[in-house]
Design a binder for this molecule. Sequence first.
Ligand code: PGA
Length: 249
Amino acid sequence: MRKKIVAGNWKMNTSFKEAITLIEEIKKSTIPNGIELIVNPPFVYCQPLVQLLKSSTIKLGAQNCSEHQSGAFTGEVAAAMLQSIGVTYVIIGHSERRSFFNEPDETIAKKINQAIHSELCPIFCCGEQLSEREANNHFEIVKTQLENGLFHLSETDFKKVIIAYEPVWAIGTGITATSDQAQEMHQFIRTLVSKHYTHEIADNCSILYGGSCNASNAKELFSKPDVDGGLIGGASLKAADFIAIAHSF
Ligand code: PGA
C-alpha cells in the first residue's frame, strides 16, 4: 500500500549529544497516525539511535551503503551490517553522493541490489540539475536515472523501494520546486513505473519530494496527488520543524 512518509536526512550534521537530544525531542512529539517517520543519521550514530527508538514507531535509515557485500573496502559500510543492527531504510543515489563522490548510475544500481539483498528498504533519489531543467531535459534525466539505477529490479523487489524526487537546484538552496513542478515530475515518475511494472505497483509506490521542503511549504507540496511525503534535509535537524512537516498531510 502507498505510504505517507517523512524522512529526515541529517547529512553530516550533529554531534552525538545533539543527535540524542534531537531523537528524544522527536520521540516525545505526537506523530500523526498513518505516517511513517524515518530518521537517517550519520552511520556512527545508527546503532545507539536504533536502541533509543526500540519502543517507538520511528524508523531508522542510513544515508548510504557500500556497493559491495563485504571484504577489503576500507572505510565502507555494508548494507548487511546496517541490517544487522536494526536499520531498516537506506538512502541511495542522493545527489551529493552522485556529484561529490562521483557515483554513477551503475554504482547506484549495485547499492540498490545490496540493500535489497540485505532486506533494507532503499530510498532511491533522482533529480535534475538546474542547467538540465533550463534545457528542458529534466524528464529525460530522471527517466535515465530510474532506468539505469532502479528498473532492473524484479516486481517483487521494486515493491520495497521508495523513490525521492529531489531537484538538485532545490537542495539546501531555499528554492523549493513549486507544488505544480513537483506534481508534474511525480506523475511522470509514476507513469514510468506503471509502464515498466504494473499500474498497481505504480499506484502503491511512495514518491517523496525533497529540496528545501520545510514546515511552511510542506502542506502545499503534500496536497498534490502524487506527492506522498518528503525527504527533508535542513528542516529535519529541528524536532519542531520535522514534526510540523509530519503534520502537513
Ligand atoms: P534540504 O535537503 O531539505 O536541506 O534541501 C534535502 C536533501 O538533500 O535530501
